[in-house]
Design a protein around this ligand. Structure first.
Ligand SMILES: Cc1ncc(COP(=O)(O)O)c(C=O)c1O
Length: 382
């Protein structure tokens, strides 16, 4: 039996070994990013480049660190930064590039690294959606000065909440460790609500096919028995400036999953392959960035009337609304005016937001669920 007080330290040391850097733990990935940006000690107002088509908590962390978010264009076929769009937005105020591996599709880190080196910029890999294992993807966590990891409940591995920064720059690492030491514990009531999630989800899952599971989770959220993934305040563009420790209980859960990473990733790889094979058989278009060896966090494709399809499938109790649709800075309920993204700046990201339909690959998704989903989708995609 794992001694509870040891989970954080074991997780930290495993991440440090695997990521070849120093690991610091925080209550979420967004808090980790805020801590990292503080530890970098960039002058106030410095610019940090992030891709369009991201989660609102990323620009929020940049703003909370008193820095400015600049959006890079994306490549539609990889959902990641288009390296050729980078150089034109670099200014003397630019200090860092956050390179997101969207849904587990590796970004072109090699090219981005070259551009960062040429311009003296810090390269931060956002690995919130994917953690590599012995089978790769080897590009991920390879060239970053620092890596952002998330153990949120819908991420590569789940501690329900939690995040880590793996840092390969010594001075920044030391400051990060100090910031982690001064971080305060989350209130016990928040930790209790976080830990209720796996219990409630376990109750809701068998009810999903009957149309009651989602309703139950929505009700529990409304009753404030569940912590939302993105809070109302965050949707208004504000992140709390306080840093919190990763709760030991979340570290226990994350560590258990970390030890099963190969198995979890293999499951994701096998569902990625299943969707790819279905695409080939049925003639669905495949994004160039999607490969059969990737443990995708979800399987993206572009379709006509994606929202209509999601609505039609919802009537069959198949829920494909994942918060990454209808907007460039997700979710759509976030106040887009506060994100710093200007409409019309990146046509690719805006088209992605309209056309994307993402299919789940999470550990709870069985082969049977996947078959059912593919056959329910097929009539819409002929
Ligand atoms: C791309 C991306 N980066 C960072 C984060 C932050 O992770 P966390 O939810 O642990 O704060 C998220 C998720 O919310 C994300 O989607």
């Amino acid at each position: 039996m794992l001694k509870t007080e040891h989970a954080r330290e074991e997780l930290r040391s495993s991440l440090a070994t695997s990521g070849k850097g120093d690991a610091s733990l925080f209550a979420s990935g967004r808090e980790g990013l805020l801590a990292l940006l503080r530890a970098c000690e960039f002058p106030t107002g410095s610019e940090v480049i992030v891709q369009a088509y991201t989660c609102v908590v990323v620009p929020n962390a940049i703003h909370a660190a008193k820095l400015t978010t600049i959006y890079a264009d994306i490549e539609k076929e990889t959902l990641n930064i288009d390296p050729s769009s980078l150089e034109s937005i670099i200014t003397p105020r630019t200090k860092a590039v956050i390179c997101q591996h969207t849904f587990g599709i590796p970004a072109d880190v090699q090219k981005i690294r070259e551009i960062c080196d040429k311009n003296g910029l810090m390269l931060i890999e956002d690995c919130a959606h994917v953690l590599p294992d012995a089978l790769g993807p080897e590009e991920i966590m390879s060239l970053g000065d620092a890596m952002l990891l998330s153990f949120g409940r819908d991420k590569a591995i789940s501690g329900v909440s939690g995040g880590a920064i793996i840092c390969r720059k010594e001075t920044v690492s030391h400051r990060l460790q100090k910031l982690e030491k001064s971080a305060i514990p989350l209130p016990p009531s928040t930790i209790r609500r976080l830990l209720l999630y796996p219990i409630f989800y376990g109750l809701a899952r068998p009810l999903m096919g009957l149309g009651l599971g989602k309703a139950l989770l929505t009700l529990l959220r409304q009753l404030r028995l569940l912590v939302p993934i993105v809070t109302a305040q965050e949707k208004e563009g504000r992140q709390d400036a306080t840093l919190h420790q990763m709760p030991e209980a979340c570290a226990i859960l994350a560590l258990q999953q970390w030890k099963k990473l190969q198995k979890i990733n293999d499951h994701r790889r096998s569902l990625t392959r299943y969707y790819l094979e279905a695409s080939a058989q049925i003639g669905w278009p495949v994004l160039h960035g999607v490969r059969s060896d990737l443990p995708l966090q979800k399987y993206p494709m572009f379709v006509r009337d994606a929202e209509g399809i999601r609505r039609a499938l919802k009537k069959k109790n198949i829920h494909l609304h994942d918060g990454w649709t209808g907007c460039v800075v997700c979710p759509a309920s976030a106040d887009q005016g506060k994100t710093g993204y200007c409409e019309g700046n990146d046509r690719n990201a805006e088209e992605v937001a309209e056309e994307i339909l993402s299919l789940p690959t999470h550990p709870g998704m069985t082969e049977e669920d996947t078959k059912r989903l593919v056959s329910a989708l097929t009539p819409f995609l002929r």
